[in-house]
Design a protein around this ligand. Structure first.
Ligand code: ADP
Ligand code: ASP
Ligand code: MG
Length: 402
């Protein structure tokens, strides 16, 4: 079998843990498998590098940011290959560029366009363990690019797809995908199997156990994706096609995203085209707008509110200020998005009602709502985010009662 294993930041968080990873990799190799290992930077490393840049600039240039941020993964990939060689295994570390990963030039959230697999193929063919620095690639101009936060998951899935691997294992610090973040609700239960679509919504709504774009790509390329812990041998969670899942609960899980911010534009002209102008400008700047509400104000004016990721707020501010300089603009970053995800919602009614009542009973105000076929999201004050997760987790019977 050809297996792609990805080890996240905590799993390579210090030298001892890298040694632990080396032993796991060696074991997989000893079992007779071909192996490509993708690693993240040591946990906290990418944040530290971002802070360094912010010491010099509030708005550092994305090209240089990418060169900087790619460093963390280079360190761990080289160290893991060194450790494996010392254990007597033939291993080679590759940067994203050396692994043939070509991306577009949207620095700090680049998309993979192509993977030239020859180098990896040659090394695997020669029996070598290939260790790839995750989260990075190269633009066709030859600049280093990175794939967005959590992007090593995407590196792993893309490599698994391009190399036609039998399995892609994402090793992290939890046993798999849970009904909610086990750090928020200790009664959360592990999910044995989850569909690509559900996992995609779950990840997009803040369940950071998998990066959302990696799930999207896994679905597209039909990659067999498993998440599990690098600290034990428990069975993980299989992310698979919907038809491979027997029983579908109405709500599969609850996600929390605290990294949201809201922009409200008041007193904008209530005329056709104004929303188009604002949102196409934001789209041109690659800003991810999520929830939008518009309501009628006074004297032919309207108010528009929408959410963006908190780390894109500064950028979004500059854009909206340019589009309409007469509007009164307000910003709020102490908000959180709580989401219920479940394919069973397609065929059941009343799901939203249960959520609204459960939160109302605890006096939690819902500030914005949006729904899709398999998801309901609500914006609440950030300080109630975790409480809201626990309330909803219980309201839908997801708590582990054993
Ligand atoms: P890595 O560094 O290995 O990529 P991450 O920190 O990105 O790990 O993702 C793992 C974390 O995701 C867990 O420690 C957990 O707190 C969090 N998490 C959020 N939602 C979920 C969920 N539904 N199931 C499992 N883990 C979750
Ligand atoms: N090191 C990067 C991050 O922290 C990528 C990753 O860990 O997947 O976002
Ligand atoms: Mg991650």
């Amino acid at each position: 079998m050809l297996i792609v294993q990805k080890y996240g930041g905590t799993s390579v968080g210090d030298l001892e843990r890298i040694e632990n990873v080396a032993r796991r990799v060696a074991r997989t190799k000893d079992e007779g498998n071909d192996l490509i290992v993708v690693v993240s930077a040591m946990s906290g490393e990418t944040n530290k590098l971002i802070e360094y840049a912010h010491h010099f600039s509030k708005n550092p240039s994305p090209r240089e940011m990418d060169l900087l941020l790619s460093a963390g993964e280079r360190v761990t990939s080289a160290l893991l290959a060194i450790a494996l060689k010392e254990m007597g295994y033939d291993a080679i570390a590759l940067t994203g560029r050396q692994a043939g990963i070509v991306t577009d030039d949207v620095h700090t959230s680049a998309r993979i366009e192509n993977i030239h697999t020859e180098t990896m193929q040659n090394h695997v063919g020669a029996g070598r363990i290939v260790v790839v620095a995750g989260f990075q690639g190269i633009t066709d101009k030859g600049d280093v690019s990175t794939l967005g936060r959590g992007g090593s998951d995407l590196s792993a899935v893309a490599i698994a797809g391009a190399m036609d691997a039998d399995l892609c294992e994402i090793y992290t610090d939890v046993d798999g995908v849970y009904t909610t973040d086990p750090r928020i609700e200790r009664r959360a239960q592990k999910i044995d199997r989850i569909s690509y679509d559900e996992m995609l919504e779950f990840a997009s709504m803040g369940a950071k156990v998998l990066q959302n774009r990696s799930v999207e790509l896994a679905k597209k390329l039909n990659v067999n994706l498993v998440t599990r812990s690098s600290f034990n041998d428990n069975e993980g969670t299989l992310i698979t096609k919907e038809e491979n899942i027997m029983e579908q609960p109405i709500v599969s899980g609850v996600a929390l995203d605290k990294n949201q911010a809201r922009i409200t534009l008041r007193n904008i002209k209530d005329e056709p085209g104004i929303a188009a102008k604002i949102f196409s400008k934001l789209a041109d700047e690659n800003i991810n707008v999520d929830m939008i509400i518009q309501n009628v104000g006074q004297d032919g004016t309207a108010n528009i509110g929408f959410t963006v990721p908190e780390n894109e707020l500064e950028h979004a501010k500059r854009v909206v200020e340019e589009v309409d300089d007469t509007a009164v603009i307000e910003y709020e970053s102490n908000i959180a998005k709580v989401s219920l995800v479940g394919v069973g919602m397609k065929s059941h009614s009343g799901v939203a009602g249960t959520a609204f009542s459960a939160l109302a009973k605890e006096n939690i105000n819902i500030e914005m709502i949006s729904t899709s076929e398999i998801k309901i999201s609500m914006i609440v004050s950030e300080k109630y985010g975790e409480l809201a997760v626990r309330i909803l987790h219980e309201a839908y019977g997801l708590d582990n009662r054993s």
